[in-house]
Design a protein around this ligand. Structure first.
Ligand code: MIC
Ligand code: SF4
Length: 748
């Protein structure tokens, strides 16, 4: 499916790369090669890392059902007949996990009928490929069908970087970005800096690709990758399977990285071959030099990357991260002591494997090997054990090769090929709100409330083979690498390190692939949006900026500590309103911790003094009075997902400014796209100066200019005022978005 795209790209790359080498006066890293060869205009583009805005032409767009709704509603506002670049929609996020694969899927098709009909009809009309519910999780399906070395894809999901496992730059974006690219505009992104990760040695025993990224999360933290591309290289890279590379790149999103990428190698060839793309593999082999960094880069990487990290795969231990954040990492051998010290409940209430991140054949076969050892010792899973296959191919292959049976014998439940529990679409039977207990999964996110909707649940992440061993022991303090477990006969046994196959010897078994091609011409076709729908609502353009400064805005909320998009716009039960801006806006900030209110998601109407209202209720009251408001946030505000509802709801409910210590990349762009002023404290300590009753003005907006700080005046209740400064990263073009009321308004 990507053969033509790859052919055209490889044909034009040599000239562009030669130009770039000349201009930069040096060799190129792989990430640079991909960026340069997708520049909208290489000659007029400024190439300055960390400073310039790049205008790029992605090869593809991929969208998942929860974000595609807004992406398509916005695309439709551009009044185009057809998408300008190949695009696909994947139905994966809206399937709830409760009763196992078949029943869950049937129910999902029924309860999401309106949304699926909308997406399917829009896809058909506008020339977009449609992957039906049950076909698989977006990133796995993209890896199996669309990813190709050297390509550039954007996806409306933060884990899009999974495609880096096949040597491409795959980048997560908000729906407005996707809508614009589909409408034919170039895509803009801050020229990322580069982190080079040199891998040496070889993984062995219990250690798996997941541990590489879990370790790096601990090392670099959730902010460490912001506005950076993580490029892997070195002899160790070639020892990791393509799907393992995908796992590492996927979870690079947890570093806040723009994306992650591996150089083209033999492992990718094997993967392309087994997924029916031998022609593409041969083409890539013939063009290998375009798809890896220039040789001088690996000789003296310090000259080419802004930062270098060395990881010796041979000595890397399996890691466990969590709770509540993916950068709280430790080797598994230290888990028991830490659990004791910090009082984490060690009894595991659930163990979950699979997801878009970790459901490759390698992961599943290694996990099944652990499960078999448990069964041989007469044991079953002590904690409920749930398996989420990534795609229809994976599911059918698991079934054919007996892994499903093994997991079921162990007491496991196989869920549908979808996100399910990873995105809070999980009905956890034993969950009790307000009670802290522990669960472990091989997913990539563990923010509070993420899986079971219970904020207190302590969620830990580890590789699927480690999670399987945890499922059998039911105990977080058990270290399967070094400790023994009692079998059914009371005799102690030690797990042998997991063994599995990188890829199925018999090839992948296929089921119903679930792909629907678009109509040859969309002329005369309609997009289905029932006028009375509770799930979908056509968008009204946001009002234009009235040219006035923001005077004396009330503080809607000052968030304290981590404020991810899951805190700003929770998923789970709210996912069903992703196509209805008004309805979903009731969830705004429901998970966020306020600096002034003990309960998350609530606060005080500072105009009336009434307390205990939800933040959305307060914002609606201000809006009804025609008053805007300001949100103040902490570090890395908007970390996590690409969901633009975290920007659209505030915009819809009249938030004019979001002022933080710092932002995560996708969210900052989403705010700007929706016409919200995204500011950062020039001095982060000024965060402390803001009190609940303050009124805050942001002035000088008429002369808003790139790189020029704006003035913020804080009016205190005692009549005093304070003046501070705020920075922003707004470009000329983004000023136009702000003035027009949103990026989309600026288009029309
Ligand atoms: C996630 O993993 O948080 C999600 C759910 O896939 C999101 C997208 C969404 O909120 O729809 C993401 O990562 O972008
Ligand atoms: Fe789905 Fe979870 Fe992957 Fe996001 S991280 S795409 S919710 S499986």
């Amino acid at each position: 499916m990507s053969m033509e795209l790859a052919k055209n790209l490889y044909a034009k790359m040599p000239d562009l790369l030669a130009k770039a080498r000349k201009k930069f006066g040096r060799g190129l890293t792989l990430a640079e090669k991909v960026l340069v060869s997708h520049a909208d205009n290489f000659d007029t583009q400024t190439w300055e890392r960390g400073k310039a805005m790049l205008a790029l032409r992605p090869d593809r767009v991929a969208m998942q059902d929860a974000t595609a709704q807004m992406a398509m509603l916005q695309f439709m506002q551009a009044n185009k007949k057809k998408v300008a670049v190949p695009s696909t929609i994947h139905c994966d996020h809206l399937i709830r996990a409760e009763m196992g694969s078949e029943k869950d899927l049937l129910r999902a098709v029924d309860e999401n009928k309106e949304v699926y009909n909308f997406l399917a009809s829009a896809a058909k009309k506008y020339g977009i490929g449609f992957w039906k519910p049950g076909a698989g999780i977006i990133h796995q399906v993209v890896l199996e069908n669309y990813a190709f070395p050297g390509g550039l894809i954007i996806g409306t999901d933060s884990h899009t970087p999974n495609g880096g496992g096949l040597g491409m730059l795959a980048i997560g974006v908000g729906g407005a970005d996707a809508g614009e690219v589909m409408a034919g505009l170039p895509w803009e992104v801050l020229h990322p800096k580069l982190i080079g990760i040199r891998l040496t040695g070889k993984l062995s025993g219990w250690t798996s690709p997941k541990d590489v990224i879990l370790y790096l999360c601990g090392l670099l933290t959730v902010k460490g990758g912001t506005n950076k591309i993580v490029e892997y290289f070195g002899p160790g890279a070639e020892t990791i399977s393509a799907t393992g590379k995908g796992t590492i790149c996927n979870m690079g999103a947890e570093l806040g990285a723009t994306t992650s990428v591996f150089p083209f190698d033999q492992k990718m060839v094997v993967y392309l071959n087994i997924t029916d793309r031998a022609d593409l593999a041969n083409l890539a082999i013939a063009n290998r030099s375009l798809l890896v960094a220039d040789s001088e880069v690996s000789q003296s990487p310090e000259k080419y990357y802004d930062q270098i990290v060395e990881v010796d795969l041979s000595t890397l231990e399996p890691h466990v991260v969590g709770p509540h954040t993916p950068d709280l990492a430790r080797p598994i051998s230290k888990m028991a002591a830490e659990a004791k010290e910090k009082g984490y409940p060690v009894e595991l209430k659930a163990a979950l494997i699979g997801s878009c991140t970790n459901s490759s054949y390698e992961d599943i076969s290694r996990s099944a090997h652990i499960a078999q050892q448990g069964l041989k010792a007469g044991l079953k899973a002590k904690a409920p054990f749930l398996v989420s296959p990534g795609s229809e191919r994976i599911y059918n292959t698991m079934k054919r090769d007996g892994f499903l049976e093994t997991f079921e014998q162990l007491g496991g439940t196989v869920l549908s090929n979808s996100c399910g529990p990873c995105i809070g679409q999980w009905k956890r039977a034993d969950g009790v709100k307000g009670k802290a207990d522990s669960i472990v999964s091989s997913f990539n996110r563990n923010f509070p409330g993420r899986n079971d909707g219970i904020n207190e649940t302590l969620s830990f992440l580890a590789s699927p083979e480690i999670v399987t061993a945890y499922a059998i022991s039911g105990n977080l303090a058990f270290d399967p690498v070094n400790q023994k477990l009692k079998g059914a006969d009371g005799k102690e046994f030690k797990f042998q390190p997991p063994q599995g196959e990188e890829l199925p010897a018999k090839g992948f078994a296929k089921g119903e692939e679930g792909f629907v091609a678009p109509a040859a011409s969309g002329e005369g076709l309609t997009v289905e949006v029932p006028p009375t729908s509770e799930r979908l609502q056509l968008l009204q353009p946001f009002p234009r900026w009235d040219g006035k400064d923001f005077e004396k805005l009330p503080l809607l909320i000052k968030t304290k500590g981590k404020t991810t998009t899951d805190h700003i716009s929770p998923a789970g039960p709210w996912l069903k309103f992703r196509g209805h801006l008004d309805k979903i806006s009731d969830n705004m900030f429901l998970g966020a911790n306020s600096a002034y209110f003990p309960e998350p998601g609530k606060g005080t109407d500072v105009l009336t003094g009434e307390s205990g209202l939800t933040i959305a209720q307060i914002a609606r009251r201000y809006k009804a009075k025609g008053i805007g408001s300001i949100v103040v946030g902490d570090e890395n505000y908007g970390e996590g997902s690409s969901r633009e509802h975290a920007a659209m709801s505030p915009r819809f409910l009249n938030v004019r400014v979001v002022l933080t210590k710092s932002f995560a990349r996708i969210h900052e762009t989403n705010l700007k796209k929706q016409g919200i002023l995204a500011l950062t404290f020039a001095d982060p300590k000024d965060y402390e100066k803001i009190d609940q009753q303050d009124r805050i003005s942001v002035t000088g907006l008429g002369s808003l200019a790139p790189g020029k700080p704006v003035q913020v005046t804080i009016y205190k209740t005692d009549g005093t005022t304070l003046t501070i400064h705020a920075n922003h990263s707004i470009t000329e073009q983004q000023i136009a978005w702000f003035k027009a009321g949103s990026a989309l308004n600026a288009l029309n």
